[in-house]
Structures are given as C-alpha cells and as structure tokens.
Ligand binder design. Structure first.
Ligand SMILES: C[S@@+](CC[C@H](N)C(=O)[O-])C[C@H]1O[C@@H](n2cnc3c(N)ncnc32)[C@H](O)[C@@H]1O
Length: 280
C-alpha cells in the first residue's frame, strides 16, 4: 500500500475510534469546523441505578468470560479470597445474602467452602444478569438459591434476617452517598453476630505499576471492547468506576460508623480491596 494511502487509512481509522463517526475530509479543513457545543444529552448520572442496570443488561451475555479475560483470571482468586476471609459463622445451619450477585459467580465458593450454608438469597438489579444466573443454577444448587431482582438500596429484605452477606465486585457502581446507604442496609439485614465480606476491584495508588494498570483499564480495555467485542463501551466503564471508587476504605468507614466491627483488606498490591466485618 503506498504511504499516502496508509496514512489516509490511519487518519480515517483514528477518526472513527476517537469520535465514533465516519471520517469526512472537511474535518481537516479548519474553516469548515463547527464550534464545539455542549451536548447536554450526553451528560449521564453513571450512578443512577437505572443507568447501571442498563450497563449490566447489555453486558450480561459476555460478562462471565470477559471479566475472566480482562482480569487475567484474578476474579476467580479474589472471589474465593472474599469468601475465605469472611469471619467465622456458627457451626449450625446458616442463611445469607449475595448482594449484587450478577451471574452468581460467588455461589460455588460459598456452598463449597462454607458447608453449613443452607440457603443464599441473591439480589441484583439487572434482569439480564439474573437471567444468566438462573440459567447457570446447577441442579444441586437450585434448592439452595433464591434470586430476587431488586435495587439493593431499595429492597424489602427483612431486618436481622441474614447470618452473612457477601458482595463481590458490586461496590464500584455506588457513589459515596449510595455507599453510606448501602452500609445502613447491610447493618439492617444482618443478624446480631452476623458477618460480611465485600470485595471490589480498586485503584492501587502508590503501586509501582499503577500507571501501567491505569493504561490497561483506561486505554487497552476500551479498545479491545471496541474492536474485538464490537461493544458499546459498557465494559470500558469499569475504568471510570474504579478510578472514582478508589478502594474499600470509605465503605469500611461507613460500616464502622454504623456500628460494625470491620477490617480493611488489600489483595494483590491493592488491585482489589475488601472489607470484612461482624455486627456486634
Ligand atoms: C460487576 S457485577 C458483579 C457480579 C458478581 N457479584 C460477580 O462477582 O461477578 C456487579 C453487579 O451489581 C449489580 N448492581 C449494581 N448496582 C446494583 C443495585 N443498586 N442493586 C442491585 N444490584 C446492583 C449489577 O447489575 C451487576 O450484576
């Protein structure tokens, strides 16, 4: 291909990537450019539960394999660590919640590693994720799991009903105000002596590879999604959410303020962080 044609191809390609529009030669002519305008329709509240539901409904068919690939398999390890770090529970039969359960990836760990769990109630706002979770319910687990489609911040779960609560990778789509509300809800639904363990992908500030980590989340993943998955940049939102979320310290503080005994945890140089705790 002649150099001029190659250059032309690159310009057209970049134009499509950056502006998501086909290239037109007038774009290179400054005199024909329109002045920039503020498109108010583009301003979204990315923490609006309905917006979050839309993101996960659209992602649901590819969520399982994409989360495994994008995290280089770390999600498996982190879910297991979240379950293993949950404080000890009574040795009698216990029941509890998997909140923001998605496709139910934490259930095998809960049922295998905490054998006295007799039932799990899974709560999620996304019908797409729930549909996949139900499709994945294995026969041996079907009698132990109840799935509820609901916004966890506006739920009707009975107070003091759960011996345990887990939440794997659901926190980042909560704003600070929503994290406070979520902490109140968790404390409300836990029984006295009940335990919790939460984990979330985090922003490992101070880690020597932080720049590379951010480059991967902010630049590489969106490009992979765009070209390989031909997606609507939904998975790419993870970069924005994790940067805004930071880590689980604030969530730990909210839970402590609600009266829980809590401990902050960091996993793999802070790329994931968690909170474990007990309601006194
Ligand atoms: C990243 S996925 C994690 C799913 C699963 N726990 C896992 O380990 O893979 C986050 C889930 O949280 C759910 N979610 C987000 N905000 C929610 C809310 N306010 N109420 C209920 N579910 C919510 C989403 O629908 C999504 O399924």
């Amino acid at each position: 291909m002649p150099a001029a044609t190659t250059l032309d191809w690159i310009v057209r390609r970049l134009h499509r990537i950056v502006l998501d529009q086909p290239f037109h030669p007038s774009a290179l002519d400054r005199s024909k450019r329109k002045p920039p305008t503020m498109d108010t329709k583009c301003i979204q509240d990315i923490y609006d539960p309905q917006f979050v539901k839309g993101v996960f409904d659209r992602c649901s068919s590819r969520y399982r394999y994409w989360s495994q690939i994008a995290s280089f398999g770390f999600v498996f390890l982190w879910r297991r660590q979240c379950v293993d770090r949950m404080p000890a529970m009574p040795s009698t039969e216990v029941t509890g919640l998997d909140v923001m359960a998605g496709t139910g990836e934490a259930w095998p760990y809960l049922l295998r590693r905490r054998e006295n769990i007799t039932s799990i109630t899974a709560v999620d706002i996304s019908s797409g994720m729930i549909r996949r979770a139900i499709e994945r319910l294995h026969r041996s687990r079907i009698d132990k799991i109840k799935v509820i489609e609901a916004d966890v911040l506006q739920n009707t779960l009975p107070a003091a009903s759960a011996d345990f609560v887990v939440c794997t990778f659901g926190l980042k789509t909560l704003s600070s105000a929503q994290q406070r509300l979520f902490a109140k809800e968790l404390v409300r639904v836990l029984k006295r002596g009940g335990v919790l363990s939460l984990i979330e992908a985090s922003d490992p500030k101070g880690w020597v590879l932080h720049g590379l980590y951010r480059f991967y989340l902010d630049r590489v993943l969106p490009l992979v999604e765009k070209f390989v998955l031909r997606g609507a940049q939904d998975f790419a939102m993870i970069g924005v959410y994790t940067r805004n979320f930071g880590d689980c310290r604030f969530m730990a503080q909210c839970l402590a303020e609600e009266g829980l005994d809590v401990e902050f945890k960091a996993f793999f140089f802070g790329c994931a962080t968690g909170v474990v705790g007990r309601k006194p």
